[in-house]
Write a protein that binds this ligand. Structure first.
Ligand code: SF4
Length: 449
């Protein structure tokens, strides 16, 4: 358990504002940062202008989020000139890399603290040092401080993120995550079950289990349980209605896991299973450790065992050495796999990864053309799959007013599809049934039954 009583004065009468880039794990890290700050007296600010402390939680998975951070830090310089006591802290995956941390310190001298993905337990002490205003404090050490028992200010009221494993040992050749999140460290079954029970007691209905690769849960611990066992135990936690998990790696997707999902009452029928490419040559160079044939086999096994399951994926186009033939194989796989949805990215070289050393001669225009072509095929398939749901009734968990039309409410199906429907009563955090009346490419419309 972390005791921050010695720091409780630090945030008295002060407000914090966080900006988060990247994945769900980063979103949860920001919830933990907020929990720590509130445990030492800070309260939330509604805007950067209102804040005494601004925390930026960065992402390093592609170039774009890093550029956005630089732009934001440029803008914050003016605010800092107006508010001398303002503290600015930059953390997360981007600054976990020594070169990026040094760059931020040198280029943005108005930043008071640069920290990494392993610094959360020490954040109050780092803030205390930064508050002394003796130059930028940098802490990107990989101390093995446990994150267990850290407070979290959760953004949701009925849905919660629940990390089960940190880090990644897969070293896909294009990916920076293993270098910034460290080696795989599974939380113990007791720690995860304990947190799940406490969340259920607090009224959370839906949990999303998080890990860069949840499928390898437990494999790094000297005991005999794995992710399938964890899902089966979580399925028995009273008060929960839905359990989701992300992200899965095909190489560790076992028949036991598919069975646990098919048998689980609360385990939602959705797999996010990144394939990345349809070419075995590219998969080899990506060090993905499976072939397109093996991937399609897994897809078949999932669909046979889990009725109504949705499968989504990630795809990279323009990986070094990708020929027209390789891309045609990816198009073909997407046609054959018929994913419910796919997140498609243009390859972004990450410093320090093996792929960044590979010759990358493909013109940007060709990469963009391939992205458009793939997105077009996937949109057609997503619409066809959604159209097949018209006339069916589905269970939703209410998520509140629709962002695009306040007269409508939104809910999510067990297969992770968003449905908009007219409703007078407040249905946030409630389970109910709707009939699907109209399909669109990325969402559905319905009426409450
Ligand atoms: S599985 Fe591969 S892509 Fe995913 S986080 Fe690990 S190294 Fe990166």
């Amino acid at each position: 358990m972390h005791d921050y009583t010695n720091y409780s004065h630090l945030g008295e009468g002060k407000k914090y504002f966080t900006v988060t880039f990247g994945c769900q794990m980063n979103e949860h890290d920001s919830e933990v940062l907020a929990g720590i700050l509130e445990s030492i007296g800070y309260s939330t600010a509604l805007s950067p202008e209102e804040a005494d402390l601004i925390v930026i939680n960065t992402c390093a998975v592609r170039q774009k989020p890093e550029e956005k951070v630089a732009g934001l830090l440029g803008k914050l310089k003016t605010l800092k000139e107006q508010k001398k006591d303002l503290l600015i802290a930059v953390g997360g995956c981007m600054t976990q890399q020594a070169e990026a941390a040094a760059y931020v310190k040198k280029r943005f001298r108005h930043v008071d603290l640069v920290f990494g993905t392993h610094s959360l337990p020490r954040f109050p002490e780092l803030l205390k040092q930064a508050g002394r205003k003796r130059g930028t404090i940098v802490d990107i050490e990989e101390y093995p401080d446990s994150r267990e028992g850290l407070p979290a200010r959760r953004a949701g009221r009925f849905h919660a993120w629940l990390p089960v494993i940190y880090g990644c040992d897969n070293f896909c050749s294009y990916c920076v995550v293993p270098y910034v999140r460290g080696r795989e460290r599974s939380r113990s079954m007791e720690e995860v079950l304990g947190e799940a029970r406490s969340l259920a007691e607090q009224g959370y209905l839906e949990l999303t289990l998080l890990g860069q690769n949840v499928n390898s849960y437990g494999l790094d611990r000297a005991n005999s349980y794995d992710f399938a066992d964890l899902l089966t135990r979580l399925d028995r936690v009273k008060g929960l209605a839905r359990i989701r998990f992300m992200t899965s790696h095909p190489k560790d997707l076992s028949a036991r896991l598919i069975k646990a999902v098919s048998r689980g009452e609360k385990i939602c029928e959705h797999f996010h299973l990144p394939v990345q490419s349809g070419s075995n040559f590219i998969l080899e160079n990506m060090n993905r450790q499976y072939t397109r044939e093996r991937y399609l086999e897994l897809l078949r096994a999932i669909r046979e065992a889990v009725p109504g399951v949705a499968v989504t994926t990630d795809l990279i186009v323009g990986f070094p050495g990708e020929t027209d033939r390789d891309f045609a194989l990816t198009l073909e796989l997407v046609e054959q796999a018929r994913f419910d949805n796919a997140f498609i990215f243009i390859y972004s070289p990450r410093k320090g990864t093996r792929a960044a050393e590979m010759e990358d001669t493909l013109p940007r225009s060709v990469k963009e053309e391939r992205l458009q072509q793939l997105a077009k095929v996937q949109s057609r398939i997503s619409l066809e799959i959604n159209q097949a749901l018209e006339g069916s009734t589905v269970e939703l968990l209410g998520e509140g007013a629709s962002k695009s039309n306040p007269a409508m409410q939104t809910g999510r199906t067990r297969s992770n599809k968003l449905v908009h429907f007219p409703a007078a009563e407040e249905l946030t955090g409630k389970l109910f049934t709707v009939e699907i009346t109209e399909a669109r490419t990325w969402n559905l419309f319905g009426k409450k039954v």
